[in-house]
Design a protein around this ligand. Structure first.
Ligand SMILES: [Zn+2]
Length: 194
């Protein structure tokens, strides 16, 4: 597909790169929350032309080719339902989110690092069950000691969260950027304000 973006008028301030599409499953729930399922505009447009998605909502932004004009989708939904993952990806962000961006030893919310509960030097693995958020002073204090030897036990026993649990925590920490057209599809299962 050959779509020119160089000839866009000045009336369109947002660059197409700043126009990702929120990807919904066929049931109109986001395909994933953490990370939020977003496609760049090229992938979104390609999927539209391959007839794999329906366009649910648009940006004002238009891209041109010599033969057509196309409004960039801001929300698309898959035509075929994909069974969602039960467990979120093991990522740094998701570990912080599970731990609510809080040091698991002293409870502060800044200078966060990752601590291996059983230190790597003692065979501790980098897994959901052995990595927790810890502020750097606590991390330093604990060093290479085992939790009991250091007298530092994580506030919550670290476990692999379900997508649902992470989603519940995620409501406390909404992402910085959410396009207005996405709002109907995010947090729709939260309770509405009275
Ligand atoms: Zn701490």
């Amino acid at each position: 597909m050959n779509i020119a973006v160089g000839d866009l008028g000045d009336s369109q301030p947002a660059s197409p790169e700043a126009c990702p599409a929120l990807v919904l499953n066929a049931d109109f729930r986001p395909l994933s929350y953490y990370p939020l399922s977003l496609w760049n505009w090229q992938d979104a447009v390609k999927a539209v032309f391959l007839d794999r998605v329906n366009i649910v909502s648009h940006y004002d932004r238009v891209v041109h080719s010599p033969s057509f004009e196309f409004r960039l989708p801001s929300v698309v939904s898959l035509k075929n339902y994909v069974k969602p993952a039960k467990y979120p990806a093991f990522t740094r962000f998701n570990v912080f989110l599970r731990d609510k961006f809080t040091c698991q030893y002293c409870g502060v919310q800044n200078e966060l690092t990752f601590d291996h509960v059983i230190p790597r030097s003692k065979g501790g693995m980098t897994t959901w069950e052995n990595v927790v958020a810890a502020c750097s002073p606590c991390n330093l204090r604990k060093g290479g000691s085992l939790p009991k030897a250091a007298g530092m036990i994580p506030n919550q026993h670290p476990m692999r969260p379900t997508v649902y649990q992470l989603h519940a925590n995620g409501r406390l920490f909404p992402p910085n950027y959410l396009h207005e057209s996405w709002m109907d599809y995010l947090y729709w299962d939260t309770e509405l304000e009275p």
